[in-house]
Design a protein around this ligand. Structure first.
Ligand code: FNR
Length: 387
């Protein structure tokens, strides 16, 4: 079975460990790698990034890959997964692997969502429409960014899987209310309010190599210009005011489940749950806001302990391997999100590239489960982490 057939089979449904055994696929006879590799030749999410880097404008690659300041948090997000070691159990029955889950009442084929990321038209002419199609092909849930270049209505028109919407609360509360109503009317299934980015962090790398937004690329989900004002001068820092009482107000506006994205403090998680928030996203914005915050996988167990099962906890930041997903689940996450890898998949292969990234990560997750001796997500607990 070729890798391509395998990924098609993954799309079709049941997976057995036999199918997970790698199969040789013919390589070019000589001359090294061709300049542009086929998706099926990209073996890991890092391969997809390397390929994307070779086709993206350097300014766009810097914009996507960068973290804030010295990019330490971005680096730690990945490194801390690598420091965790796994402990397998052998001779358990793993003949039927199942990584499906239910989140906020929604059945999911995998515990992996597309994190909200802005500006998809910088890497692909169809932008978020292609991303939504890719999520559909992989049967994954996409969280659409408030900073998308495509309207929530247009994305919902092409989506075949549930779409959640990520909200930056407009300083003009009338406009914020209007957007929430629009999102609900369009058919989004949940609202994720991002709370960790009242302003961007010090993005030195993109500042040195700025992106030029091409003509015609806009922000149809922003209703006011105020949101688009970038911090371009050193004159003053005036983040828009967002407080807990605004969260209560947002909660009161909609019947949709409301999650808070960007929680890195167990106390904040507790406050959120007490206010009736339906889910917590442990995230440091991929290290793009406050540099030297800890890695999200370090913070996750503390937030999970504080939340104590009251609502689901989702984590993002640095997840690039199926074993990373396993570790997040083991430490109490209900699901994970991936940000940059989906953009790289989009840059490399449009909708198919996005689907490929998701399917590859799901495939690695299933492999890790088989090798750990766990056939369902419910069986993945702290005992898989080696101490
Ligand atoms: C983001 N992220 C983000 N988050 C958010 O709430 N709203 C947004 O509009 C964006 N935009 C955005 C753009 C780009 C280019 C990146 C890389 C990230 C953060 C994102 O949702 C997520 O938290 C991180 O990307 C997760 O880390 P990884 O998977 O990229 O390591």
């Amino acid at each position: 079975m070729t890798r391509k057939d395998f990924l098609a089979a993954l799309g079709a449904g049941a997976v057995t460990p036999q199918m997970l055994k790698s199969s040789p696929e013919s390589k070019p006879a000589s001359g090294g790698s061709p300049p542009v590799l086929k998706l099926s030749e990209l073996c890991s999410l890092d391969d997809v990034e390397a390929q994307a880097r070779s086709v993206m404008l350097s300014s766009v690659y810097d914009y996507v890959s960068a973290g804030a300041a010295d990019e330490l948090t971005t680096r730690w997000n990945r490194e801390k997964y690598r420091e965790l070691r796994l402990q397998a159990e052998v001779l358990t029955n793993v003949s039927q692997l199942d990584c499906t889950t239910t989140l906020l009442g929604q059945r999911m084929k995998m515990p992996i969502l597309l994190a909200p990321t802005s500006n998809h038209r910088l890497v692909h002419p169809e932008g978020e429409l292609a991303t939504a199609r890719g999520a559909g092909l992989a049967e994954a849930t996409m969280v659409l960014s408030n900073g998308a270049n495509t309207s929530v209505e247009d994305v919902l028109r092409v989506a075949t899987q549930p779409v959640w919407f990520q909200l930056y609360v407009d300083p003009d509360r009338g406009l914020a209310r209007e957007l929430v109503q629009r999102v609900e009317a369009a058919g989004a299934k949940a609202l994720c309010v991002t709370v960790d980015a009242p302003i961007d962090g010090a993005r030195n790398r993109p500042d040195r190599n700025p992106v030029v937004i091409p003509p015609g690329v806009g922000y149809p989900n922003y209703l006011s210009k105020a949101d688009l004002v970038a911090l371009q001068s050193l004159e003053g820092v005036h983040p828009p005011l967002l407080e807990w009482r605004d969260i209560e107000w947002i909660r009161s506006l909609t019947k949709l489940p409301v999650l808070l994205k960007g929680i890195m403090n167990p106390r904040d998680a507790d406050t959120a749950v007490k206010l009736g928030i339906d889910g917590i996203m442990v995230s440091n914005h991929g290290g793009r806001c406050l540099d030297t915050q800890p890695a999200t996988i370090e913070v996750l167990p503390r937030v999970v302990a504080q939340v104590n099962g009251r609502v689901p906890v989702i984590v993002d930041g640095g997840i690039r391997r199926g074993t990373d997903v396993v570790k997040a689940i083991a430490l109490g996450a209900s699901a994970v999100q991936i940000g940059r890898p989906c953009i790289y998949g989009l840059a490399v292969g449009g909708a198919e590239g996005v689907a490929y990234v998701l399917q590859l990560l799901r495939q690695e997750l299933l492999m890790a489960m088989a090798l750990l001796g766990r056939s369902t997500l419910a069986q993945i607990d702290r005992s898989v982490i080696w101490h």
